[in-house]
Each structure stands twice: as structure tokens, then as C-alpha cells.
Design a protein around this ligand. Structure first.
Ligand code: SF4
Length: 321
């Protein structure tokens, strides 16, 4: 089953002994089958909370408002049993550290058989044949030998390939890759980007790629949402975001991208200031304390989402269509 995904007015707060942390506020995103969607922003911007909510994996202290509709079903309102079913059958998550996805004392083959528990129509031999084919598809040679390996016997890049194979074995309609290359060196990173680009050719579902790495987003995605302090501050086609960014935060993020600097720098540029305290989010624009274009209404009035083009939006008082 493949269907469209839409988060509408989605907010998530974590109840903690120090008060509620408003990690996500009034987020609207949508994705359609065949699309690759990027979520980008600094650490702490809410991108991991967003995809954890989409994958129905929020911790027990999380409180959710708004809706997450997948193929017409509101995921936020499903009971735990149906959430688990959907996660196994329809939604797959590839995390930054694939080591956490695997049991260290079981072979890769046994674990990938278990990943297919929803395929009651297949026997063990058929499941192992699917695994061998899928490992080949993600570029792992000598699949039979790798199936007998334990996770610690594989390199980081190979583990990430196996994690992607494990996700695809469930035939998901929604594949979420959360910082899929962050733990890898540049060579491995290039290989995983190449693999994801290849896979999208014959994958009909939705792929969501979360990264703080602008190059990964530019290489892989059709559309991108830029997040800051729990809000989507800009969204649009990759080309519009990378060549016609309108929100001051997106512009600052692009200006600090290390890939833009060809000469050797003693220190990489950063955006001055820090994220606001999310136990007490500002009443005006969340970016105002760091914005060099802030003016009178910015600190008191929350900016509207301004539509700039068919799919290009920015949340800022200073932008006009
Ligand atoms: S609303 Fe104001 S403070 Fe916020 S990004 Fe726009 S100009 Fe800057």
C-alpha cells in the first residue's frame, strides 16, 4: 500500500520535571508517493521529533496535538496495537546508527528473517531468498556469507546498507532515513547517497530524508522543509530553497554550508546566537533573537506562513509573495 502523508498543525511537547518542552509547534508537511522529501535544520530544531512522530515512536512523556494522516488514516489517533501493525507493514525507519537497529547476538540473516514476520505467506527459505536478493540490491556482495555474519563483523557503511535492506524487506509505503550518513566517513557517505538515489528509481513509496547536511538533501530530495526551533520556517522545491531561499534562517544556513568554501578556513562560519529555550518558546518569531533583519513586530507577533509560489512557503514578516 502506498499513500500520501500529511501532518497538519502538528505539535509535540515532552513533559519533563522542568516543565513542558515544546519540541514541535504547528507543523504542516505533506508528501506523495514517489517523492523524496528532505527535512533539514540544526541539532535541536525538531526534525528528529517530527520523524519520530511520523513513525509513531515518540516516548511515553510526549503529548501530541494535530493530525498525521497517512493514506487517509490519522496515525495520531490509532491505538498501540494498530500503530505497531502499521509500523511493521507500512512505515520503516533507518536510523543514524544502524547498530541500534540490530541485535548483536543474532546473525544478520536471522534478524532479516524476523523483519519479515508480517509476510505470513512466505516460508523461511523464501524469506532467505528475498534477503539474498535485497542484499544484492543494496550492493552487498556475497550475500550468503553476510547473512551468517554478526552486526559487529560489518563496517559502518555495510551496516547502513543492511539497515536499508531491512527497511525495504517490509515493503514500506513510507521509508524514513534519519541522518542516514552522519555516522559515516565521506567515502561511505557518498556510497549511501548513491545507493539511495538508485533505490528511488524503482521505489513507489515516500522517502523522507532527515539531515543537517545540506549536500545530502540537495543530492537526494525533490522538496525540502527547513526547520528551526520546532517550526517549519520554509518549504519548497529543492531548487527554490537552494537558489531562491527567502527566510533569513535558510539564507544563513546556506551561507554557512562548508561545501560553499573552497579555500581552507581556520574556523567554519556559524550562525551567531543559539536556539531559544523551548520550555518557553518566544511569542513572536522564533528566529528573532538571531535575525539581522528583525524589526518591530518580529519579537511580539508570530509571523504567518507566506505563500511565495505553488509549493514555496516561508514563515517571516519580511517576505512578500
Ligand atoms: S519574522 Fe522577523 S525575525 Fe523572524 S525571520 Fe522574519 S525578519 Fe527575521
Amino acid at each position: 500500500m502506498t499513500g500520501s502523508l500529511a501532518a497538519s498543525d502538528l505539535s509535540v511537547r515532552y513533559e519533563t520535571p522542568h516543565g513542558a518542552v515544546h519540541a514541535l509547534r504547528h507543523v504542516d508537511i505533506e508528501a506523495h508517493p514517489g517523492e523524496v522529501i528532505g527535512i533539514v535544520g540544526e541539532s535541536g530544531c525538531g526534525k528528529s521529533t517530527l520523524v519520530t512522530a511520523l513513525a509513531n515512536l515518540l516516548p511515553a512523556n510526549a503529548r501530541i496535538d494535530g493530525s498525521i494522516s497517512y493514506n487517509g488514516v490519522d496515525l495520531a489517533k490509532l491505538d498501540a496495537y494498530h500503530q505497531r501493525l502499521l509500523r511493521g507493514d507500512e512505515i520503516a525507519l533507518v536510523s543514524q546508527d544502524p547498530m541500534t537497529a540490530f541485535n548483536p547476538v543474532l546473525t544478520i540473516g536471522d534478524q532479516l528473517v524476523d523483519f519479515q514476520h508480517h509476510r505470513k505467506d512466505l516460508g523461511r527459505a523464501q524469506k532467505r531468498a528475498r534477503i539474498a536478493a535485497m542484499l544484492g540490491r543494496v550492493g552487498i556482495a556475497d550475500a550468503e556469507r553476510r547473512m551468517r555474519s554478526f552486526p559487529h563483523e560489518l563496517s559502518g557503511g555495510m551496516r547502513q546498507r543492511v539497515a536499508i535492506a531491512a527497511a525495504l524487506l517490509t515493503d514500506p509505503g513510507l521509508l524514513i532515513a534519519d541522518e542516514p550518513t552522519t555516522a559515516l566517513d565521506v567515502t561511505m557517505e557518498a556510497q549511501i547517497i548513491h545507493l539511495l538515489r538508485e533505490l528511488r528509481r524503482d521505489y513507489n513509496g515516500i522517502i523522507i530524508v532527515v539531515s543537517h547536511h545540506l549536500g545530502v538533501i540537495a543530492e537526494l530530495c525533490d522538496r525540502v522543509y527547513v526547520m528551526y526551533a520546532g517550526e517549519v520556517v520554509e518549504g519548497g522545491e529543492v531548487d527554490a530553497i537552494f537558489h531562491d531561499a527567502r527566510h533569513p534562517y535558510t539564507q544563513a544556513l546556506l551561507a554557512c554550508d562548508p561545501a560553499r568554501f573552497h579555500e581552507r578556513l581556520d574556523r567554519l562560519p556559524t550562525i551567531p546566537g543559539s536556539l531559544p529555550n523551548l520550555t518557553q518558546p518566544p511569542s513572536g518569531c522564533v528566529y528573532a533573537p538571531r535575525c539581522d533583519r528583525a524589526f518591530a513586530p518580529c519579537t511580539t507577533v508570530a509571523p504567518p506562513l507566506v505563500k511565495l509560489a505553488a509549493s514555496h512557503v516561508a514563515r517571516c514578516h519580511a517576505v512578500t509573495p
